[in-house]
Design a protein around this ligand. Structure first.
Ligand code: ATP
Length: 241
């Protein structure tokens, strides 16, 4: 579904954040992109979502294709309409708006009846979000905010959902709820997922295939179970010695 080919990305025309990255996310799969702070993971997601220009970032070579058609160069809105939706790192909710208003923002490209159906779907998936629907989102716990952020993305009815560090800073129980939801969206609705994580253990349990990025380059990729068994991955990413 998504294919990045030899992507090179610069910030401020000078800082090379992504170097010659090629990566595939087949339809119906969950693919993980792993790496430490500053490795280039968020930059790749921003390139796919079309928002790099907001930070003076630029794709200087390579291509991004969705179902074989060029994606780079489309506006962020057009990219959402093509079915590619990102849940940004830190969630980026509209903190002064209610939970339901945040969710409705995610359905901005859709009709009123589609939005109503979307809300029901999100509330069925996350009953906790339904309970809190009238509350100001800025006062929710981190885990609740992450559920709202995922719900808001689902309101756009994506075919490819990109999640940037969904487990960051959350309690284990909430992380489990969120990852169960991601897995069931993939299994039951066939949603394709690109998952960016620093928690390699969690990501390699969830995804079928993984890519490891260091200093802007993919240094290793393979089926998740092969990566889990790899000595370097165990030492540097899974904390085994
Ligand atoms: P993190 O988990 O910390 O977000 P990451 O793997 O997502 O890490 P990126 O945020 O993509 O990494 O950053 C990749 C490189 O690009 C880093 O060297 C970072 O300092 C640089 N970078 C990121 N955003 C900008 C920006 N807006 N302007 C200049 N350089 C940036």
């Amino acid at each position: 579904m998504l294919a990045l080919n030899n992507l090179q990305i610069l910030y401020d025309r000078a800082i090379e954040a992504v170097r010659d990255v090629s990566l595939q996310v087949p339809a119906g799969s969950i693919v993980a992109l792993l790496g430490s702070n500053g490795a280039g993971k968020s930059t790749i997601l921003k390139a796919v979502s079309g928002v790099l220009y907001q930070e003076d970032g630029e794709i200087v070579s390579g291509t991004i294709q969705l179902d074989g058609a060029a994606l780079a160069g489309s506006s962020p809105r057009a990219i959402v309409q093509k079915g590619v939706v990102q849940v940004p790192e830190g969630r980026a909710l509209f903190g002064t708006l209610s939970v339901e208003e945040n969710l409705l923002m995610g359905g901005f490209t859709r009709s009123r009846s589609e939005s109503a159906a979307g809300l029901e779907r999100v509330y069925a998936m996350f009953p906790r979000v339904k309970e809190r629907r009238s509350q100001v989102s800025g006062y929710l716990s981190g885990g609740e905010q992450q559920m709202v952020a995922i719900g808001r993305a689902l309101m756009g009815d994506p075919k490819l959902l990109m999640l940037d560090e969904p487990s960051l800073g959350l309690a284990p129980q909430i992380v489990e709820t969120i990852f169960d939801a991601i897995i069931s969206l993939n299994k039951d609705s066939g949603l394709t997922v690109l998952l960016v994580e620093q928690n390699a253990q969690l990501a390699l349990q969830t995804a079928a295939y993984g890519y490891i990025i260091e200093n802007g380059r993919i240094v290793l990729d393979g089926p998740a179970e092969k990566l889990r068994a790899n000595d370097d991955v165990q030492e540097f990413y899974l904390g085994f010695s």
